[in-house]
Each structure stands twice: as structure tokens, then as C-alpha cells.
Design a protein around this ligand. Structure first.
Ligand SMILES: Cc1ncc(COP(=O)(O)O)c(C=O)c1O
Length: 402
């Protein structure tokens, strides 16, 4: 009944797990969600006021496909601050979420059977978005012992069909922040091979230890109009505004116009209401952005301290985002089995590493409540420690290892 395309797509695991957690909570089970992909910070007041003002006038309409001019202006300013380049509205396309921006982009730049390089560990949606537009995802393992792309391995993965590479730094699921030199090498690699280089920059405000990430635009001699560098961003992670569904792409005007054609025939435009919400967030008080980063950084430190007691575990400390990606293979080589075991035994939700292209790892989120994070990791330690007592009191329940 369904298309071949659908048969090749997967349900995003994080959305599936959110539903599972809601079901367990509704049954009163003391489940701990370390699989979440969104910071639970309140919506910035500036975003709420902007939406309220529009609703008061009661005039919520279609907008230009690219986005409302005021939001485009705000993104132009934000791009100047974070990437140091001057862009115009023609270089932008506002979409219902960064995910949708990637879909529109891929549909605009890749043909059937083109190949897209996706260094592991990667965000779960890249391979399926690539398939969605008829292109072929080619996943490439990272540099040994790191979560960074391996430039030599990327060279080896190139074929006459290769057209692009998508990378994400700060990285979901590993929390890695690529060194500036690596970003430079990626730009050189892409330009020498005439590939699109897409940087998913959605966690750019969540880099720890006073570090900053250089802009890829600083590593090319080409003006944006002649460049194949593309940056993806949005308000979901920076402002905890996942439900607003606003993201965007920055590209040369031919590419952004091509992506805009796809958007015009699929969604027409992003929601007028939430575009104003995004504008309110971008132009409002930015203190919550710093507060969130500092909270995440503290949570990262808590997670490292708590995980330290698991002697068999290998962990590269996250440098940004709100994810850690420890290697649990000494406990179980199958990440899906281990995640299932932790859910059943300890009522802790984690995401199997194989979803991100690295078997043996689990993704643990530290964007939620700190006490829950501590309790979640202690439960994992209890479940994995053969010497631990068989029973453990957890809120309203006594968990029993079977
Ligand atoms: C790397 C990465 N890119 C994009 C997205 C999607 O962002 P949005 O909510 O704006 O669609 C996510 C969400 O988890 C992500 O982790």
C-alpha cells in the first residue's frame, strides 16, 4: 500500500522515546528521561509578547516564503555576529524548523543517486533526509578514538557521485565541538572536491569552557555568492523553542532560492505567528541563552562526576550541546539491547548509539532536571553493577533486577 520511499525511512528514535516516556508517566511509573532532545527552559518573554501582540490584532496570514522581513533582518544581524559575514535576505530561507530547512536544501541541491557524506556520529535524521530526496547517504567512521570527522576516510569515501557532506558541530550525539583547524580542513576538502559543505550549527550557543567555534565562512576565499558552504540554524535549542518550529538556512542566493521553491510547494511559509515568536527571542533579552549554557555546563560536570564511578565505561567529555555519548560496549556490545535493559530494569530512557552510526554507545541527555540526571545515572550504575543489591527504591516503586 505504501511507497518504497516510506519503507526505507525510520521513525526518529527521540520522538518515539518521548511518546514512550509520556505513556509510562501516565501509568504513574517513576521513569527518568535521559533521551530527550530539548531543553526544558521556559519560552523567552520576548517571544511570548510578540505572539500576543499579533494575536491581539487577529491578523495571522501567509507570509513570503522566505520569511517576514523583520525576522530576516534579525538573522542577518545574528549571522554577522556569529559568522562575521554580511548576508542579505536573498541568502536566507526561514522554515518550520531546522530539520525542514535541511529537507528543502537537500531537495534543492541533490539529484537521485547523488551521494552525501555523513561523518559518524551523526544526527539520526541526516541519512533519512538524504533518502527522502532520492540521494544516497554514505556514512563515514570518525577519526579513531575521537568523535571528529576523519579527513582521510572522507577522501577514501569519495566517488564520482559524491556531491556534498553534512557535519554538525557542536555535535549531537557526542557533544564534540570540532577544532577550528578541522573546520578549515573540512572547507578545503569540500572545495577541492567541489562539494556542498553543510554545517548544522543548531547548538552553536551551547559551547562550554569559554570556547568559541570559528565560522566556516572564515576559511574560504570565495564570496558567499560563489561558495557551496551552507549553514543551518534555528531557535529550537538556543531558546528552548522546539515547539515554535522555526529554523533557517544561509546559502548563496541560487541555493536559497532553489530551497525556497521547494518550501513554496510544500509548506508555503513558516507560521506567521511563530516567526514573530522567533523574532521576539532573537531581539529580546539574551541573558536566558547564557543562563541555559551555564546550566548545561554544570549538568555536564555533574554527569561526568556521576559516570566516573562506572569503571568499564569510556567517555570523551562533551565540549558542548546537552548530550554525552559514552562507550558502554564493555557492558553490552548491542546498544539497542542495553537501552532496552536499562528501560526495563531501571526505568531510565537512553538512546542507542547505533541510531547515530556508532554501535556500543548510548546517548545520554543532560538538558533536564539536575536531580533527575543524578538519579538516572545512579540507577544505570545500579543496573550495571552485578554486586549491587537486587532491589532499589525509586520514588513510588521498588525496582527489582531480574
Ligand atoms: C543536529 C540537529 N539538527 C537539527 C535539529 C532539528 O532542529 P529543529 O527543531 O529546528 O527542526 C536537531 C534536533 O534535535 C538536531 O539535533
Amino acid at each position: 500500500m505504501l511507497s518504497k520511499l516510506v519503507a526505507h525511512l525510520h521513525d526518529p528514535p527521540t520522538l518515539r522515546l518521548n511518546t514512550k516516556v509520556k505513556e509510562l508517566k501516565a501509568l504513574g511509573r517513576p521513569v527518568i528521561h535521559l533521551g530527550s532532545g530539548e531543553p526544558f527552559t521556559p519560552t523567552p518573554p520576548g517571544a511570548i509578547t510578540a505572539c500576543e501582540e499579533l494575536l491581539e490584532h487577529g491578523e495571522v496570514h501567509y507570509t513570503a516564503t522566505r520569511g517576514i522581513p523583520e525576522l530576516l533582518d534579525a538573522i542577518v544581524r545574528e549571522t554577522k555576529i556569529h559568522h562575521g559575514i554580511d548576508i542579505t535576505h536573498k541568502n536566507l530561507l526561514v522554515c518550520p524548523g531546522a530539520k525542514n530547512a535541511i529537507v528543502n536544501l537537500f531537495a534543492a541541491i541533490f539529484n537521485h543517486h547523488d551521494e552525501v557524506l555523513i561523518p559518524a556520529p551523526y544526527w539520526v535524521s541526516y541519512p533519512d533526509i538524504t533518502r527522502l530526496v532520492g540521494a544516497r547517504p554514505v556514512t563515514v567512521p570518525p577519526l579513531r578514538g575521537t568523535f571528529y570527522p576523519d579527513i582521510d576516510a572522507l577522501h577514501r569515501a569519495i566517488t564520482p557521485q559524491t556531491r556534498g557532506i553534512i557535519v554538525n558541530s557542536p555535535n549531537n550525539p557526542s557533544g564534540a565541538v570540532f577544532p577550528d583547524e578541522l573546520l578549515r580542513e573540512l572547507v578545503v576538502f569540500a572545495e577541492r572536491n567541489d562539494l556542498f559543505l553543510i554545517l548544522d550549527d543548531i547548538y552553536h550557543q551551547q559551547i562550554f569552557d569559554d570556547r568559541r567555534q570559528a565560522s566556516i565562512f572564515g576559511f574560504t576565499a570565495k564570496p558567499l555568492e560563489r561558495s557551496k558552504l551552507v549553514v543551518i540554524n534555528g531557535v529550537s535549542k538556543t531558546y528552548g523553542m522546539t515547539g515554535f518550529r522555526i529554523g533557517w538556512l544561509i546559502a548563496n542566493s541560487e541555493v536559497s532560492s532553489g530551497a525556497s521553491k521547494i518550501a513554496a510547494q510544500t509548506v508555503s511559509c513558516a507560521s506567521h505567528l511563530t516567526q514573530l515568536g522567533a523574532l521576539g527571542a532573537l531581539t529580546g533579552d539574551q541573558a536566558p541563552v547564557t543562563d541555559l549554557r551555564l546550566t548545561l555546563e554544570r549538568n555536564r560536570d555533574t554527569l561526568l562526576a556521576e559516570l566516573g564511578a562506572l569503571s568499564e565505561l569510556t567517555l570523551i567529555p562533551p565540549e558542548g550541546t546537552f548530550y554525552a555519548f559514552p562507550d558502554f560496549s564493555a557492558y553490552n556490545e548491542s546498544s539497542a539491547q542495553l537501552a532496552e535493559y536499562l528501560l526495563e530494569q531501571a526505568l531510565v530512557v537512553t538512546v542507542p548509539g547505533r541510531e547515530f552510526g556508532m554501535e556500543g554507545h548510548l546517548r545520554l541527555s543532560f538538558c533536564g532536571d539536575r536531580d533527575e540526571l543524578i538519579e538516572g545515572i545512579r540507577r544505570i550504575r545500579w543496573a550495571l553493577d552485578p554486586a549491587a543489591p537486587r532491589e532499589r527504591e525509586c520514588g513510588t516503586e521498588v525496582l527489582r533486577k531480574t
